[in-house]
Design a protein. Structure first.
Length: 456
């Protein structure tokens, strides 16, 4: 919904042009101030200290709902929580679909889902050209929450947090627009900032802009995680030191989160799975929705070398809907109805997984490891096609369970904590396999010898 054209109340015509200009300026300022004051009085849990909190410091009283993408229309747990956090039925929620390839259609779909849960959605046609407009900032000052759509997060980041340019034409630091300042004020006065897919990726202080090749990020973190291209500043609605990513388990995106965390010294990652959400308020995280969130903790990890990613002692936890996590203490609290399984007295041996970055593979490996008697789960991540060093370079992922590993079993899913991860580069055999009976070094003419995973 767009702002109605501004109209002034009828008044006697001033005797001088200067007086008319002054009257128009005062009227506009009074109107904008009234909108801000009205929105502030509607917001819940508002405090002057929170409103003055600096960007990205985690002192704001509002909530962040980071959704992992592919949010289904019938996921009432997520849609309903957004409306609840915005104040319940009648809450005004701005829908910003700038990231989408079709903003109008996407905004209409999101608005309809929110409206069915009792909200009063407003489409805000944010663009890079109008992000500093006073009228748009005034509109955002009058809502109780905002919802960022999916799509390309770089569009949203570049509009709200553009890079300044020196007079010489060289790039300078990023600056906050009036629209972003209004959204930050909304968060600090108790409003909800929600986003799905690309709209979730912008929530952290450091954001992943676009890293489509996750294996390339493992192979060369220095050249494949470039500032301003693959990564850059985020909007900072989640406290510093936490990186948010989405479509996480479905698309094996730990392979791009982990090297970025190690290279930039980010201690915690929230990998939100599809049709699920992490609700963040201060240091508290609650998992809601259909699946869960993978917690990646590099605070005790050790980087080896400076080439392809080699790291040991990363800590992992998989949390399902209803579980909670404290970002300050790095502790997980499973849902009360989940039962703690008895750990084995001893562990030995290992499981093997051919594609550790496959759909849900790493979570399945963690669960199997924690529930069983094996000490390790070993998996591979590699390029099945190509020639030369790129094809020969793979990565061995070793998940380790010990006395501190736990699984909490529940009807709606199992939570796993206390798993350690090592990722080390390895040299893959080429070809990876050959028909039985073909000696090493020989090329077979059989079709199987020229398959996608077995180039000649």
């Amino acid at each position: 919904m767009r702002l109605a054209p501004f109209s002034r109340p009828a008044a006697p015509r001033p005797s001088t042009p200067a007086f008319a200009v002054a009257l128009a300026l005062v009227t506009t300022l009074v109107t904008a101030l009234a909108a801000v004051l009205a929105a502030t009085s509607r917001a819940h849990a508002a405090t002057p200290a929170a409103a003055a909190a600096p960007a990205g410091q985690g002192a704001c009283s509002g909530s962040v709902v980071a959704i992992g993408g592919a949010l289904k229309d019938d996921n009432t747990a997520v849609w309903g929580r957004i409306v609840e956090l915005a104040g319940g039925p009648g809450a005004r929620i701005a829908v910003i679909a700038l990231s989408s390839a079709n903003p109008a259609r996407t905004a209409a779909s999101i608005g309809a889902a929110l409206e069915r849960r009792g909200a009063r959605p407003q489409t805000v046609a944010l663009t890079a050209a109008n992000a500093d407009d006073a009228a748009l900032a005034t509109q955002l000052a009058g809502v109780d929450g905002v919802f960022f759509s999916g799509g390309e997060q770089a569009r949203l980041l570049d509009a709200l947090l553009p890079r300044q340019t020196h007079a010489t034409g060289t790039a300078a630091a990023h600056r906050e627009t009036a629209a972003l300042a209004a959204l930050r004020a909304l968060h600090c006065r108790g409003g909800v900032i929600a986003g799905t897919s690309a709209g979730a990726a912008v929530m952290s202080t450091l954001a992943i802009r676009d890293v489509p090749d996750v294996l390339a990020a493992l192979r060369s973190p220095h050249t494949r995680l470039r500032e301003g291209i693959e990564v850059g500043p985020g909007l900072g609605f989640v406290q510093p030191g936490v990186l948010v990513d989405q479509h996480f388990v479905k698309r094996g995106r730990i392979a791009r989160m982990l090297p970025l965390m190690v290279e930039r010294g980010v201690p915690l990652g929230l990998g939100v799975e599809e049709d699920s959400a992490a609700v963040v308020r201060g240091a508290g995280v609650e998992v809601i929705g259909a699946r869960g969130v993978l917690i990646v903790d590099t605070s005790t990890a050790r980087r080896e070398g400076s080439g392809p990613l080699a790291v040991r002692d990363v800590q992992l936890a998989w949390l399902e809907s209803g579980d909670r996590y404290d970002l300050a203490t790095r502790t997980a609290t499973p849902l009360a109805t989940r039962r703690a399984a008895t750990p084995p007295a001893q562990r030995s041996g290992n499981h093997f997984h051919g594609d550790i970055l496959g759909d849900n593979t790493i979570v399945a490996a963690m669960t199997q490891l924690a529930q069983g008697t094996r000490a390790h789960a070993v998996g591979l991540a590699f390029w099945p096609e190509g020639d030369g060093d790129d094809a020969a370079l793979g990565f061995e992922w070793t998940l380790r369970a010990d006395a501190g590993s736990r699984v909490h079993v529940g009807a709606a899913g199992d939570s796993v904590t206390g798993i350690r991860l090592d990722v080390l580069p390895v040299r893959m055999a080429r070809p990876l396999y050959r028909p039985w009976g073909v000696p090493a070094g020989a090329h077979a003419a059989a079709p199987g010898a020229r398959s996608a995973v077995n180039p000649p």
